[in-house]
Structure formats: structure tokens, C-alpha cells
Design a protein around this ligand. Structure first.
Ligand SMILES: Cc1cc2nc3c(=O)[nH]c(=O)nc-3n(C[C@H](O)[C@H](O)[C@H](O)COP(=O)(O)OP(=O)(O)OC[C@H]3O[C@@H](n4cnc5c(N)ncnc54)[C@H](O)[C@@H]3O)c2cc1C
Ligand code: SF4
Ligand code: SF4
Ligand code: SF4
Length: 428
């Protein structure tokens, strides 16, 4: 039996911070490696081999049946779409707050309402940017400044403080925000420590990837000034539908980068674990939130998927005048290509399993039937990994910066159409 998270292959770790949160011996610290991952390191002298860190780790694999059982649900027919009780697009009516949020502001305003009205004691969100160390979620209370926590951070976020808190304050009512992988780990923690399900509202964020921390070092290369904030989806520039990246510096300067830069980061600085992940739509959440990618996509509304009865009851409390909604059919929630891409990730996971003998989805059937298909997918996976290994390596960051500058210039000269929304961005 594997007892500590050090037994986990490093490429499967997404730095979620859950193992450190459950370790009652404080035997785990994180050390940043050359490819921008914060990996757990166990101090053997303090560790009593209790096995908790490994038991709750979402990196090692996802057992759908155990997690859905713990939620009182059956395994859904479609493991990508998950269980859907209802779904709709929505935008909050508070325009000032919405401008500061990623899409329709539903996550932030729902949290603000539930805390201010006393339904929950605390919510754990990402409060600020930290370009020197691992970013942790922090507690938000009634009357917190929610404009600071709004916005998605497309980087591996740790949830250590939140796990510490729920284990030490079992009676508190807590809102947890996280991506799919993190939620799988949180569900395991709730189960293993026999916490009361009703005390937690789990808000999931759709997620196609998160970046390693070398991406922050890469963004620092855009100026000699000290970087203090990165808004991955600033709406201030108003030109590109999904917002452009805004970098803010200590001297008050700021610059916008076209959203395509995020696409580049995704190619070169993705966490490898994300290549094996099928959980685009936070299937273990009470309510899941993502960009509205349906026909009415406007970059300013959120798709909301209600997955549990608890989630349904919470939305009944949220006053109808606080948000406008548009009903949608579940099959319209995400583009066909995106779904196909996730199913491909299942195939990547199968290839990983066959090579490393680690079954990441033990409850699911194989999708690869033919040897030729296996070879083709393996080649594609190897190429992707090669690219991220090269891009993620700290010593290549400058080369990557120059390479991507050249790519950007080429797009501006030869493929302007692709960049139409970039018109007016002066600083890219
Ligand atoms: C890593 C990542 C990848 C994503 N990928 C996709 C995608 O591929 N497709 C898609 O449709 N949507 C994706 N999303 C979700 C999308 O970016 C928005 O979060 C969602 O549409 C909700 O918008 P909102 O305006 O309601 O959220 P907001 O009101 O802006 O609130 C966002 C909340 O999430 C918290 N938060 C931000 N980053 C993190 C994080 N990394 N971990 C935990 N909490 C966080 C914030 O503190 C805030 O409370 C992703 C989000 C993240 C964090
Ligand atoms: S619990 Fe999270 S941080 Fe710890 S080893 Fe597993 S994936 Fe990595
Ligand atoms: S096995 Fe137990 S004591 Fe050892 S690092 Fe893991 S959680 Fe901590
Ligand atoms: S793609 Fe999957 S593994 Fe990667 S951060 Fe998102 S939910 Fe986690």
C-alpha cells in the first residue's frame, strides 16, 4: 500500500495543496521544481505513515463510483457532461461587479449574497496574485471586498488553508470554489473525515487546463517593472469578447496582451496532469460554472450547471432580481470540438496507464480498441508533452519569449483576421 504522496508520479500532481492540508503531523512542505510545479516533499522524521495524504490525493486517479456514492448519486451516463439537474446561462445585474468578473459574475455574486445574508460562515477564494510563491485560496467573510477575489486565475492553486480550516472547524458552513480535480480531492476529504456534507457548498469551475508557475516568470519578461497583478480576462479593454490579459506593475503602469497569449501559455506551460483530465465541467460540484459558449456567447455571461439537490436549494435562495437568465439545453452547453477533446484526454490517460501502470479512471471502459489508433494517439501525446517540457523549463523561458514574439508578429503581418480583436491594443 502506498502511504505518502511522494509515491505519486510528479507529472500527476497538480499542486492542489490537499495533502498538506490533511497532514496532522505538518510533515509536508512544497518545493518548486524547474518546470514550475510545487511538489509535496515529506519529512520522514515527522511522518507517521498514516496514509491520509495519499488516500485523499486527486492526482493518483478518479474513482467515479466512490465519489458519486459519497454524493448519493449514481455514475452519470456521460462522464464528461456529468449529472445535470438543470442548466442555464446567466449574468448578474450589478454591472459594476460584473465588469470585474471573468464572465457573468455568478460565482462572485452568489458567494457575496450567501455570506452577507449569513447562510454561510466563510468562502475560500483566490484573493490576490502572488508572483513569488504558491497561491493559496484565502477566507472571505461577510462584507469582504469581493472585487479582489473575482476573476479566474488559470494557474495551479493550492487549497491547504481551506482543508486545514474545515478539519478544525467542523461545524462551520463553508463555500469552496475549485476546479474539477480539486473537488474530487475535497469529496474524498469529506468522506474520509466524516464531515457533514450539508456544511459545504462546492462551486466548481469548468476547467480545460491550469498553468504551471513558470508562466508567471514568463509574464514577468514583458517589463522590467515589478509585476503585481495579472488579470487573465480583463474586460476593460473591451475589444476581444473573452477579455484580454492585463498586467499591472508596481509603478502604476499596465499593459494588455492579446488573449491568444493565453493560448500560447496553454501550449507550452500546461501542467501535464491536465492532459489526462476529462473533467471539463466540474462533475463533482454542487453547482458548476463556466463561460457561456452557447449560441448567445458574449464573453459577459456564465453557464450554470446545477448538479445536486443542495445546489438546487441554494439557487432558490438567490434572489431572481440579482441575475438575468436564459434557459439552455444541456447538449448545447459546450461545443462539440471541446467534448471531443475531453474524450481524447481519456485516451491519453489510457496510454499513460499502459506505460506507467497507473489507472487514472479505474471505473471507465477503454475507448481505444485498435493498435493503429493507440500508436497515433501516443504520438500526438508525446508531441504535446515534448512541447510542454521544453516550454516549461525555466532555462528556456527567454527563448520562448522571443519565439512567441515572432509568432505574434507573423500573425499581425500574415493572419490579421485571426487577430482582428487585437486592434487598438498598443502594448502586446
Ligand atoms: C483554471 C481555470 C480554467 C478554466 N477553464 C475554463 C474553460 O476551459 N471553459 C470554461 O467555460 N470556463 C473555464 N473556466 C471558468 C471561467 O473562467 C469562469 O470562472 C466561470 O465562467 C465563472 O465566471 P464568473 O464570472 O461567474 O466568475 P467570477 O465571478 O469571476 O468568480 C470566479 C471565482 O473563482 C475563484 N477562482 C479563480 N481562479 C480560481 C482557481 N484557479 N481555483 C479556485 N478558485 C478560483 C475566484 O476567487 C472567484 O471567487 C476556468 C476557470 C479556471 C480557474
Ligand atoms: S494532494 Fe494534490 S498536491 Fe498533494 S500530491 Fe496529490 S495532487 Fe499533488
Ligand atoms: S502519511 Fe500521514 S503523516 Fe505522513 S505525510 Fe502523509 S498525512 Fe502526513
Ligand atoms: S484540467 Fe483537470 S487536472 Fe487540470 S486543473 Fe483543470 S480540473 Fe484540474
Amino acid at each position: 500500500m502506498k502511504l505518502t504522496v511522494e509515491a505519486l508520479n510528479p507529472e500527476l500532481c497538480m499542486g492542489c495543496g490537499i495533502c498538506k492540508g490533511v497532514c496532522m503531523k505538518s510533515a509536508i512542505i512544497y518545493e518548486r521544481n524547474d518546470i514550475g510545479q510545487f511538489l509535496p516533499k515529506v519529512n520522514k522524521e515527522d511522518c507517521n505513515q498514516c496514509g491520509s495524504c495519499y488516500a485523499v490525493c486527486p492526482g493518483k486517479g478518479i474513482e467515479d463510483s466512490a465519489i458519486f456514492n459519497s454524493m448519493g448519486q449514481k455514475i452519470p451516463e456521460d462522464e464528461i457532461l456529468g449529472k445535470i439537474r438543470s442548466c442555464f446561462n446567466a449574468k448578474i445585474t450589478d454591472e459594476n461587479l460584473r465588469k470585474k468578473c471573468t464572465s457573468g459574475g455568478m460565482v462572485t455574486d452568489l458567494i457575496r449574497f450567501l455570506l452577507n445574508e449569513g447562510f454561510y460562515d466563510v468562502a475560500f477564494c483566490v484573493e490576490d496574485d502572488n508572483f513569488e510563491d504558491q497561491v493559496n485560496t484565502k477566507p472571505q467573510y461577510k462584507d469582504s471586498d469581493f472585487t479582489k477575489s473575482a476573476q479566474s486565475r488559470y494557474i495551479a492553486i493550492a487549497h491547504t488553508q481551506m482543508i486545514n480550516y474545515i478539519l478544525k472547524n467542523r461545524e462551520k458552513k463553508v463555500i469552496i470554489v475549485g476546479t474539477g480535480c480539486v473537488i474530487a480531492g475535497i469529496r474524498r476529504v469529506i468522506e474520509r473525515y466524516k464531515l457533514k456534507h450539508n456544511n459545504y457548498l462546492i462551486l466548481g469551475l469548468f476547467c480545460s487546463m491550469s498553468l504551471n508557475y513558470n508562466s508567471y516568470d514568463y509574464l514577468k519578461l514583458f517589463s522590467k517593472e515589478k509585476l503585481i497583478q495579472c488579470k487573465f480576462r480583463s474586460k476593460e479593454n473591451g475589444i476581444y469578447k473573452y477579455g484580454n490579459m492585463k498586467l499591472v506593475y508596481r509603478n502604476g503602469d499596465s499593459r494588455y496582451l492579446h488573449f491568444i497569449q493565453k493560448g500560447y501559455l496553454k501550449e507550452y506551460m500546461l501542467q501535464e496532469r491536465c492532459l489526462y483530465c476529462t473533467d471539463l465541467m466540474a462533475i463533482f460540484a454542487d453547482i458548476a460554472f463556466g463561460d457561456n459558449n452557447t449560441a448567445s456567447a458574449d464573453g459577459d455571461s456564465t453557464s450554470v450547471v446545477v448538479r445536486t439537490e443542495a445546489g438546487e436549494n441554494i439557487l432558490k435562495l438567490f434572489p431572481k432580481e440579482r441575475y438575468q437568465i436564459e434557459k439552455i439545453q444541456p447538449e448545447k452547453l459546450c461545443r462539440k470540438g471541446t467534448l471531443k477533446d475531453r474524450r481524447k484526454h481519456k485516451k491519453y490517460a489510457e496510454i499513460y496507464a499502459s506505460e506507467k501502470k497507473v489507472d487514472l479512471y479505474p471505473d471507465r471502459q477503454s475507448l481505444i480498441t485498435k493498435q493503429e489508433e493507440y500508436e497515433k494517439i501516443k504520438q500526438e501525446l508525446d508531441e504535446k508533452i515534448k512541447k510542454i517540457c521544453w516550454g516549461s523549463n525555466k532555462k528556456n523561458l527567454r527563448k520562448l519569449y522571443i519565439l512567441l514574439k515572432i509568432k505574434m508578429m507573423r500573425l499581425q503581418i500574415f493572419k490579421r483576421d485571426l487577430l482582428n480583436p487585437i486592434e487598438g491594443i498598443k502594448n502586446d
